[in-house]
Every structure is written in C-alpha cells, then in structure tokens.
Design a protein around this ligand. Structure first.
Ligand code: FES
Length: 103
C-alpha cells in the first residue's frame, strides 16, 4: 500500500508500506529515514512519533495507552495518533499523515 507523509516543511512524500510484515506507520517512516525520533521504540510512552491524520479510511480506535498519551500532548488535535500504534493494514492505503512537533 502507499501512505503519504507531510513533512515539517509542508512537502509530502509517498512511502511504500508492506502489509505482511507487522510494521507500524512509525517503523515505515523510520525505514525511509524520515525525521521521527520514536525514542521509546514503539511503546506508546514517548510521543515522539506523534502524527496528525489528514486523510484516512476508518482507523482502529486508539488503545488505552495511546489514548492516555494523546490526552497529555499539548499539540494534539482531534485526529492525532501515535504512529507507532498504527499497524500497516490494507485499510491504511492512501493514509495521509502530518508529522507533528515533539511533545
Ligand atoms: Fe514512542 Fe510511539 S515511538 S510513543
């Protein structure tokens, strides 16, 4: 599938994301050397993988850990997500996310 990421300078890149490897959106962005610190390595505790979803199909609801982190983020928006908690599935094809400043 393809996902699209808006970078801090407003430009967009399209990334290819395999659906059969159990990867998260964060892992795909890191594999493409985007500026995603993801300090906690996907544990939903650092929020340095924070993205705003600009366009998507139906996404799974945040789990409790993710929801709790999002509540504490100063720049969170109604469509904010932790990209490490979004697993790449066929449903995510065409996803557009924007990288957010670190918490
Ligand atoms: Fe730390 Fe996602 S990588 S919260």
């Amino acid at each position: 599938i393809n996902i699209h990421v808006e970078l801090h300078d407003g430009s967009r890149v399209t990334l290819e994301a395999p659906t059969d490897m159990g990867l998260s959106v964060m892992e795909v962005m890191k594999a493409n050397e985007l500026d995603v610190p993801a300090i906690c390595g996907g544990m939903a505790i650092c929020a340095t993988c924070h993205v705003e979803v600009l366009q998507s199909n139906e996404l799974p609801e945040p789990n409790d850990d993710e929801a709790y982190m999002l509540e504490t983020l100063p720049h969170a928006t109604p469509t904010s997500r932790l990209s490490c908690q979004l697993k790449i599935t066929p449903d995510l094809d065409g996803l557009v996310v924007r990288l957010m400043p670190e918490a």
